[in-house]
Structure formats: C-alpha cells, structure tokens
Design a protein around this ligand. Structure first.
Ligand SMILES: [Zn+2]
Length: 165
C-alpha cells in the first residue's frame, strides 16, 4: 500500500497501545504491531491499484503525484508524536526500497543478472503470507478503479483517528 495508508494504521496502533497498555509494553507492542500492519496492508494491496512497475500513462502519474503528496502530508501531520509507529510501519519499505534496491542497482551495473540481496527482501514475507492465507483475494492491482478501494480505506482510517484523538 501507499505510505499514507501505512502511516494511518501506525497512528491508530500507537494511540491504542499508549491508551491501553502500560510502559514499556506500549512501546514494544507499538513496534511489533506497526511492523505487522505493514505486512497485512501490503498483502491486501492486491485489491488496490498497485502495478509492480512504474507505468507511463497519465492516470498512473497523476494518482502517484496525489498519493505521494498525501503521504508526505501524513508524515508532517503525524510524525510528532507518532514517529515510533510510523517508523516501524514503514521499515519494510525503507529496507527493501531505499536500502537493498539502490545497492542492487549499483551491483546490476556490473552484472545485469545479479540477484544480490533478493533473499533479504522483507516483501518476501508479504508474498508468502498472501500466497498462503490470502490467495483468494481478487487480483485488482492493474485495475485503475482499485484506487477507490485505497481511498475508501484511507477515509475510514482518518475517521477512526478523528474519533480516537
Ligand atoms: Zn511495502
């Protein structure tokens, strides 16, 4: 899913953990649940518009500009005081997309066939979980209307946050 969706889940998790769980377990539980929430939301991202590669059509570009701006805004709004949940809800993407993949890109300049680092990708857990438990989900990741499902999830999460804060 998109960063904003991960962030909103993180905020809800942190609010609930800090409301109902005592120190230091509130911190530990926030870290664990935020991490797991990334796996869960990425598993169900198959029913939303998520092409594995960048598409060159206008729709893809406009949607991604909107969702990236929304993601940055969600970080600016919630980073204080929810940075802990936000960091751990995104650590899988930080590791795979912003650490392993850039290194792999450099390695592929020398050896285009390089599979360097692929076994360390966290998203392998996402794929394995989906194949084992959520294989029945419809594959709508190339359906443009799939953005409506992600927008719906985002709106529901925002409403929950408004009620919790
Ligand atoms: Zn991810």
């Amino acid at each position: 899913m998109e960063t904003i969706t991960h962030n909103l889940f993180a905020v809800i998790i942190q609010i609930l953990c800090f409301k109902f769980v005592l120190f230091p377990f509130n911190i530990i539980l926030t870290i664990i649940l935020a991490f797991l929430s990334h796996i869960f939301t990425d598993v169900i991202s198959i029913i939303t518009y998520h092409t594995p590669e960048i598409q060159k059509d206008k729709f893809w570009i406009v949607w991604h500009v909107i969702i990236y701006v929304a993601s940055i805004l969600s970080i600016l709004i919630f980073v204080i005081p929810f940075w802990l949940g936000i960091v751990f809800a995104n650590i899988i993407d930080i590791w795979d997309w912003f650490t392993l993949r850039p290194i792999q890109k450099i390695k592929r300049k020398k050896n285009p066939e390089s599979k360097w680092g692929e076994k360390y990708y966290f998203h392998r857990i996402v794929d394995a979980t989906r194949n084992k438990l959520f294989y029945w989900l419809p594959k709508w990741n190339f359906k443009k209307a799939g953005i409506l499902i992600e927008i719906f999830i985002i709106v529901v999460l925002i409403v929950i946050i408004i009620f919790l804060i």
